[in-house]
Ligand binder design. Structure first.
Ligand code: ZN
Length: 135
């Protein structure tokens, strides 16, 4: 399995994402650490290293996601998959209210839980960015 991500492929992913994290939607310019290329379906689960399976991700989302594919929600006995930036539309699964990301679907709720999108520091950052017109 090819893990190598060329500079061109990395740029293609960043351009596709408009340099925003494809999970929490924060722009790369607004975080200190450089962004990472996420394998949406990790290599160990058979994911390929191509544009269809790569997402632009902040380090927090990427670390929290790891190789996870989904989780169980408290009210669900079925495994629910994570948001897939190449197959799903962000606004279908999420909305933002005062910095907090709200899940509109089980996929949205699953992604918020696994990626810890509403960690208090992250909510405060999104509130500040919203107030300054950057989010
Ligand atoms: Zn993120």
């Amino acid at each position: 399995m090819n893990r190598y991500i060329s500079e061109k492929l990395r740029l293609d992913v960043a351009l596709l994402a408009n340099f925003r994290c494809e999970y929490c939607r924060i722009h790369e310019d607004d975080l200190f650490f450089s962004y990472q290329i996420d394998h949406i379906i990790s290599i160990k689960h058979g994911g390929e290293t191509d544009l269809e399976n790569l997402a632009y991700s902040c380090s927090m989302c990427n670390q929290n996601k790891g190789s996870n594919l989904g989780t169980y929600l408290p009210d669900s006995k079925r495994l629910v998959r994570l948001f897939h930036p190449r197959k799903d539309t962000w606004k279908t699964h999420f909305k933002v209210n005062n910095g907090e990301i709200i899940g509109k679907t089980k996929i949205g709720l699953t992604t918020i839980k696994v990626l810890d999108l509403n960690n208090v520091d992250r909510v405060i950052l999104r509130q500040i960015l919203t107030e300054s017109g950057r989010y």
